[in-house]
Design a protein around this ligand. Sequence first.
Ligand code: ADP
Ligand code: MG
Length: 727
Amino acid sequence: MAVLRFHALKEALDRKPVEVDESIKRSELFGENVFNESTMRQYLTKEAYQGVMSAIQHGTKIDRKIADQVASSMKDWALSKGVTHYTHWFQPLTGGTAEKHDAFFETIGNGLAVEKFGGSELVQQEPDASSFPNGGIRNTFEARGYTAWDPTSPAFIFGTTLSIPTIFVAYTGEALDNKTPLLRALQAIDKSATAVCKYFDKNVKKVTASLGWEQEYFLIDKALAASRPDIILTGRTLLGHSPAKGQQLDDHYFGSIPTRALNYMRDLETECMLLGIPVKTRHNEVAPNQFELAPIYEESNLAVDHNSLLMDVMGKVASRHNFKVLFHEKPFAGVNGSGKHNNWSLSTDTGINLLGPGKTPMSNLQFLTFFINTIKAVYDNEELLRATIASASNDHRLGANEAPPAIISVFIGEQLTKVLQELEGVTDGKLSPEEKTDLKLNVVGKIPDVLLDNTDRNRTSPFAFTGNKFEFRAVGSTANCAIPMTVLNTIVAKQLKDFKIEVDALIKKKDLKKDEAIFNVLREYIKSSKKILFEGNGYGAEWEKEAKKRGLSNNKTTPEALKAQISKKTLALYDEMEVMSKVEVEARHEIELEEYTMHIQIEGRVLGDIARNHVIPTAVKYQNMLIENVKGLKEIFEQDYKKEAGEQIKLIREISEHISEINSKINAMIEERKKANKLEGQKAADAYCNKVKPYFDDIRYHCDKLEIMIDDELWTLTKYREMLFTR
Ligand code: ADP
Ligand code: MG
């Protein structure tokens, strides 16, 4: 019998839901472990409080004296909560988070010790983080890396550690993390968007980009996950026959949440409350044992930190509930994969959502300005946007008839499509008073009504307008949102900057009124970027053809898609918007290519191992049983045995054929890996993508065939039905 599998199954079936205490109201728990504004007010001197607030709001520098005061108060606060250690918490280019704990404890001689934490420890640290990927930045400059406090994201306590969000940069200034470029992009969008806002309201001083992510994930019993080497080593199943029942009945989506999973969510949400992560929504997703969690949206930098922190906390809480949480975009073939929709909008310090239609024609012109500029930015940079969501794991999802395709397009709904069509007909140059009135009353003025009943939804669109925000849906569930958010904010910042220049030029040179100039420029943008608008079925084969005609890119694999990251156009964009230098961009490109290669390499090795160490031996065992059976039949029936043993003999043959196919395909795959390993960078990634990876499906096919032929009791690998339907 397959001991590990059946032990795991027994363990999983015997589990009871872990009890969770929710006696304290969430509003009371919220932010309890965060050094937020209200805690600062309580713990800091007025001077220190103002210093930090001004750094948050205006990016001013915090001087040494204030830093010392803040550190000392943070320490007092943390000690009052039983904290022993502190850490600079950062987001290296692995995509995850990193921390290195130091105790507050210090000796002061004479056998005495105290708890200490000064401004210098708060502001800057030099972790010997030399093993993080740096894409050659540190070798080139022989520079060390340091972490520096990001006061815009508040410190928090998890467990007994005070975590201080930081950026991670080389001494020569290059960013070694995902946060630094994001912060620069957020500055760029603030600058460009605020300048454009001034056409409509002189009082606007700051524009903030908001992000509301929706995290999808699978929950699998810990023992079952541990019985699958592929899940442990690659985060997904590399083989496994589809169960007779999958998601065909749609009976999981929004269904009643199984108790064990619900208790996990309640526990997780309690942790989130303490950490100030404003989680709000939870539900079952489409695939069995797939779920989703979404917060109330926040300022982008904070939202990104919260998502990274959440993913870490999710894993830890899962363990308490005897689950393993799977973030992989496609952990199981044949059922839906997981994404992480990034809902994005821009809002002013005067409280206006720039992507939400307003109450007056003028505020609606402002809405249209930001709406159309975003569409234009996406059109002009569709390939770069595609690159930001590229990864070995997201490749399984994009275009797999369940997730947005690899072609970037924008969905805006029928009503707004009509509005844009009308605007396309605006007169060139000066507008007559009649036309102006007509535009105000019948086009721009109608938008709020239009949007109220705009229930248009298109699940197949990678980038959809949903009433008061754009939803970037193609982002993968494992992604660090900083990467897509950096690009989105940068391209829109650049677009708004160009827009301002064009409008100003029309006002000055053609003597147009401000709104005339805006209408004129928007008209041209609609014309030049309407190829990106698509309302139809993004999964259909017709769309691929149509998109090709329109000249839109369709980069299906990561090595293909990543090329856009280092194009001349991209480098110029990042340089102009001061988001990343050439060195920083090239480093990230190199790291992502290498990560892709490693990923496929590991999957190839694991697949070869399981096929040879699990599947083939089990097949041989079963084949031997059949052989014994045939021998026995021959003994009893003598010459006549073939009539009785015909089916068994057929099975014996089939098993041999599958074994032989598996073996020869693994050998061929290993040969291709050897060749690929001699290559580097783009060439290595291409080889892994086009020469190695195609063997995965072949090998899997034969393994899965064996799975349904072989005695269930012998099969060592926990089956799909067991992983997906045990709860
Ligand atoms: P769904 O897309 O599943 O229908 P919602 O539209 O209610 O769900 O919200 C999904 C996410 O979008 C949530 O995280 C929510 O906070 C966020 N969101 C809502 N409004 C905005 C906005 N103006 N800007 C950014 N995110 C938003
Ligand atoms: Mg959504």
